[in-house]
Write a protein that binds this ligand. Sequence first.
Ligand SMILES: CC(C)(COP(=O)(O)OP(=O)(O)OC[C@H]1O[C@@H](n2cnc3c(N)ncnc32)[C@H](O)[C@@H]1OP(=O)(O)O)[C@@H](O)C(=O)NCCC(=O)NCCS
Length: 176
Amino acid sequence: MFAAASSILAADSASDEVHVRRATINDLDDVVALENASFASDRVSARQWRHHLESLSAEVLLAIRDRRVVGAAMLLFHRRHRVARLYSIAVDANERGRRLGERLLRAAELAAARRESRVLRLEVRADNASAQRLYERNGYRLIGERLGYYEDGATARRYEKALRRPYLIAVPSRAG
Ligand SMILES: CC(C)(COP(=O)(O)OP(=O)(O)OC[C@H]1O[C@@H](n2cnc3c(N)ncnc32)[C@H](O)[C@@H]1OP(=O)(O)O)[C@@H](O)C(=O)NCCC(=O)NCCS
């Protein structure tokens, strides 16, 4: 698990000062603050975040700038199915428009592929056009809708993306 997290760091070492790392239980307060600032309803509660941060069937990734949590994404895994779910993704309001959502999305896809998921699925509010553009731009395909899915009765659009298997890097043998 630590190997996977450090690989994400390596794969995601972009030139700016934001990096992506796996969250731990020590990040609980920051993640909950971001959640509450980012969503008006259907929030993941502090108790649920704690559960997911400690669960083997979840993975939480953070975008960090100057040691501050500026974005978070939560993945859920099924024990038997190879379909991972992007349960939450949010970027600090002051940091939006800088493609951090995309960085988190890519890191989430890599993490899911490393856990042998073949597909990543998500739900998004039908009225959240900005998030839908983010997913469509990154290769997600609309697979359906769920009427009345959200607390306020809003419709969810369901998207999915087939994940590529992470490359295995061949180490050249010394012989020959
Ligand atoms: C959806 C979200 C994660 C995208 O993150 P992001 O890092 O801002 O993504 P991007 O940088 O790709 O920008 C998204 C859009 O906002 C625009 N934008 C530019 N500056 C912006 C700013 N200061 N504030 C908000 N949006 C801005 C971008 O141009 C882009 O336009 P587009 O919708 O035409 O693509 C983020 O908006 C967010 O946290 N929203 C609230 C939570 C949420 O809705 N999560 C998704 C649930 S499914």
